[in-house]
Design a protein around this ligand. Structure first.
Ligand SMILES: *[C@@H]1O[C@H](CO)[C@@H](O)[C@H](O)[C@H]1NC(C)=O
Ligand SMILES: *[C@@H]1O[C@H](CO)[C@@H](O)[C@H](O)[C@H]1NC(C)=O
Ligand SMILES: *[C@@H]1O[C@H](CO)[C@@H](O)[C@H](O)[C@H]1NC(C)=O
Ligand SMILES: *[C@@H]1O[C@H](CO)[C@@H](O)[C@H](O)[C@H]1NC(C)=O
Length: 429
C-alpha cells in the first residue's frame, strides 16, 4: 500500500499546495463524535442513568460505557429521537441537548473516541492518506460532522436539525473555496454523508454548484437503502459488539430518522421479496405499502406516519443528477443480507435464515450502483464507478487497496485542472 500510495504522492508533489482543490469530508451514520448536555427536564429511567449524568457537555458517542449493561439503556434513552406529528419534525428526548463538536475540522471524524484510538478509528487512515497528497487540516482539508440520527425532509417539510447542517455545510464549502484562491471543492463522503451531499448539490442552483464544487467522490454510498436496515428495525443490531442486547438498542435505532431514510427504495429493489414472515404468512417488498405493513407488523407502528409523510416523498424526489462530476468507490463481493426469513419465533429473536447476495456487507449491490441506472441517458452527467473487490462498508476507510484507489482518484481530479500543464516540471522525489 505504501508503495502505490507514494505514486499518487509523487504525481502530486509537483503541485504547490495552493493548487490543491480543497477537500471536505462528510462522514456516515455514527461516523463522528456527538456530545450531550442534560438539563433539568431530563428524566433518567434508572438510578444508573441519574448517576451517569452531567450538566456539562460530555461525549455521548462514542463512550465505552455504552457497552456495559445498565449504561446501554441510559445511552439508548439519550440517543432516542421523537417524531412530533403536530410540527411534522423530529426532536431530541426532553432534557437532552446534543451537538456535533468541531464543525469544519476533521477532529471529530478521526476517532469516535480519542481515548481509545485503536478501537474507534474512523477516518484517521483516510486522512493520513490525504496528507501524503499534501492535504493539510484547516488549510485544504476540512470536516463536516453532523447529528447523523436526523434525516433530511422532502421539500416543503420542516427539518430543523438537518436544514441547519446543510446550511453550515454550504457555508463551509464557500469558505474552503474562498480561502483557496476560489478553487472549487471536492466533497469526499462516506455512506449516509453521500446522500446528504447529493441533496445539498441538488438544492442549490447550477451556477452555485459550478462555482463551488469540483467533484463529489462517494465511498460506500447506500443510494437506495439497504435490506440490513429492515433487519435493524425488526430485531435490533449491535454492529457486532458483543454483550449488547440488540433489543435494548432497537428502540433507539428505530427512532433515528436517518435509519428510516435508509429503508430499501422501491425504485431499485422493485418487487423482490426482502422479508418473509412465515408465522404471519406474509412477504414484504420495498413497495411502500408493503414497507408500512412491515413497520406495523414488527411492532413499530409509530414509524408509519413519518415514513409515509417524509421518507416516501424524499425517496421519490429521487437521486437527480447534479451536473457536478461524481465518482463512487465501493466494495463488492462481500456477503450482504438480501432476504430475511423469520420463523415462528416472530421478529424479536432475529431471522431464522438470511439469504445473502453481493454488496459491501451492509449495502446491497443494487443500491451501491443505483446511480448508474438512475442517470442512464443523462448526457451531461459524468459518473465513474470504482469497485474494490472484497472491501467492506467501513473497510473502505482503512483497506490499503481502497485508500490507494481513493488517493488515485483525488490526484486525478486535481490533475485534470492544472497538473497536465505542470507535469513536465516535476522530478521524482
Ligand atoms: C474570489 O471570488 C470573489 C467573488 O466571488 C472575489 O471577490 C474574490 O476577489 C476572489 N478571490 C480571489 C483570491 O480570486
Ligand atoms: C399463505 O398465503 C398464500 C397466498 O398468499 C396462500 O395460498 C396459502 O394458503 C397461505 N397459507 C396459510 C397457511 O395460510
Ligand atoms: C406487498 O405487495 C404485494 C404486491 O402489491 C402484495 O401482493 C402483498 O400482499 C403485499 N404484502 C404486504 C405484507 O402488504
Ligand atoms: C479527467 O478528465 C478525463 C478527460 O476529460 C476524464 O475522462 C476523466 O474522467 C477525468 N477524471 C476525473 C477524476 O474527473
Amino acid at each position: 500500500m505504501v508503495v502505490v500510495l507514494s505514486t499518487a504522492a509523487l504525481v502530486y508533489a509537483c503541485q504547490a499546495r495552493s493548487d490543491l482543490h480543497p477537500v471536505i469530508l462528510v462522514p456516515g451514520s455514527g461516523g463522528n463524535q456527538l456530545e450531550a448536555r442534560l438539563t433539568k427536564e431530563y428524566k433518567p429511567s434508572s438510578l444508573w442513568c441519574r448517576v451517569w449524568s452531567q450538566p456539562r457537555w460530555s461525549r455521548l458517542w462514542f463512550s465505552p460505557l455504552v457497552l456495559i449493561e445498565p449504561f446501554t439503556k441510559c445511552f439508548a434513552e439519550r440517543m432516542t429521537l421523537y417524531y412530533h406529528s403536530d410540527i411534522d419534525d423530529y426532536r431530541n428526548a426532553p432534557g437532552v441537548e446534543t451537538r456535533a463538536p468541531h464543525f469544519g475540522s476533521t477532529q471529530s471524524l478521526l476517532y469516535l473516541n480519542p481515548l481509545i484510538k485503536d478501537a474507534t478509528a474512523y477516518m484517521a487512515p483516510l486522512v493520513s492518506t490525504l496528507q501524503t497528497l499534501d492535504y493539510t487540516e484547516g488549510d485544504t482539508l476540512f470536516g463536516a460532522p453532523y447529528d447523523f440520527r436526523y434525516g433530511l425532509a422532502p421539500q416543503g417539510h420542516p427539518s430543523l436539525t438537518s436544514t441547519k447542517f446543510l446550511h453550515n455545510l454550504k457555508t463551509l464549502i464557500e469558505h474552503a473555496s474562498h480561502s483557496n484562491n476560489n478553487k472549487t471543492v471536492i466533497l469526499l463522503t462516506h455512506s449516509l454523508g453521500s446522500l446528504f451531499a447529493l441533496h445539498l448539490l441538488n438544492r442549490n442552483t447550477p451556477s452555485w454548484r459550478n462555482r463551488y464544487v469540483k467533484h463529489l467522490l462517494t465511498l460506500s454510498a447506500p443510494w437506495a437503502g439497504t435490506v440490513q436496515q429492515m433487519l435493524t428495525f425488526a430485531s435490533g443490531y449491535t454492529l457486532g459488539v458483543p454483550f449488547v442486547n440488540p433489543l435494548v438498542v432497537r428502540t433507539e435505532q428505530r427512532s433515528s430518522e436517518s435509519n428510516l431514510w435508509l429503508l430499501p427504495s422501491p425504485k431499485q429493489f422493485t418487487d423482490r421479496v426482502l422479508v418473509v414472515a412465515k408465522a404471519m404468512n406474509r412477504t414484504y417488498s420495498a413497495d411502500h405499502h408493503n414497507m408500512s405493513m412491515f413497520l406495523r407488523d414488527i411492532g413499530f407502528g409509530e414509524g408509519v406516519v413519518p415514513y409515509e409523510r417524509r421518507v416516501v416523498p424524499l425517496i421519490s424526489e429521487g437521486l437527480a443528477a447534479p451536473g457536478v462530476p461524481v465518482s463512487c468507490v465501493f466494495g463488492s463481493g462481500v456477503k450482504t443480507a438480501e432476504r430475511l426469513v423469520y420463523g415462528d419465533g416472530g421478529f424479536d429473536g432475529g431471522p431464522e435464515e438470511v439469504v445473502y447476495g453481493d454488496g459491501d456487507g451492509t449495502v446491497n449491490m443494487v443500491s451501491l450502483v443505483a446511480l448508474e441506472r438512475e442517470w442512464e441517458g443523462e448526457g451531461g452527467q459524468s459518473l465513474k464507478m470504482i469497485r474494490v473487490p472484497g472491501v467492506s462498508h467501513t473497510g473502505i476507510l482503512s483497506d490499503g487497496g481502497a485508500l490507494e484507489a481513493i488517493a488515485r482518484e483525488i490526484a486525478e481530479i486535481n490533475s485534470n485542472s492544472s497538473l497536465l500543464t505542470t507535469t513536465h516540471n516535476c522530478q521524482l522525489i
